[in-house]
Design a protein around this ligand. Structure first.
Ligand SMILES: [Zn+2]
Length: 181
């Protein structure tokens, strides 16, 4: 169970403590819990903050279910240490929609994806196409261009989110992970 949030300050977090627990559907028991942390794909020595966990309290006079759920920052990929910008830039480069050459993109990112990583991202993208298209089509029809479903869905995504990191914006708008797997 995951939701997306644009920043981890009280103005964003406090409203989330007032919503229904996604597990037990009760109100009034959610507390802010620990930060979600992890290493990025680049060689970082410190863990980056990825989000915050909320806890449905069953302590004291609280009658929650004792479970937690995650509020991930919009630029985080669920179940992965890569961030959305990296995936967006990789897909932009790979699918040929970026002005920079692939080598230029890798240089700017400070890392060259190993073939294994690239393959995994493309597989996840491919597997998630129906999920992504369904969300996008609810706000905007698909553009009449592109070669093949991988490319068409990418064009659809960037036609809805024209500026900035389209994957981060997708996650924030639809409150769902870009990848369905
Ligand atoms: Zn609960």
């Amino acid at each position: 169970m995951v939701f997306f949030i644009s920043k981890l300050d009280d103005t964003e977090l406090i409203p989330y403590t007032l919503v229904q627990c996604p597990h037990c559907k009760q109100f009034g028991n959610l507390n802010r819990h620990d930060f979600l942390k992890g290493f990025g794909p680049a060689k970082q020595s410190t863990k980056a903050i990825r989000g915050k966990r909320l806890y449905c309290s069953n302590r004291g006079n609280k009658r929650g279910c004792g479970r937690t759920f995650a509020l991930l920052l919009l630029n985080q990929i669920y179940n992965s240490m890569v961030n959305t910008l990296l995936v967006s830039m990789f897909l932009a480069a790979f699918l040929g929609q970026c002005l920079l050459s692939k080598a230029g993109v890798w240089k700017q990112l400070g890392f060259t994806p190993d073939p294994e990583w690239a393959y995994r991202i493309l597989k996840r993208w491919e597997h998630s196409l129906p999920h992504i298209r369904e969300k996008l089509s609810s706000v905007h029809p698909p553009p009449n261009e592109g070669t093949g479903p991988l490319h068409q869905t990418w064009l659809h995504l960037i036609s809805v989110f024209e500026r900035g990191d389209p994957i981060a914006q997708f996650q924030l708008k639809f409150q769902t992970s870009i990848f369905s797997n």
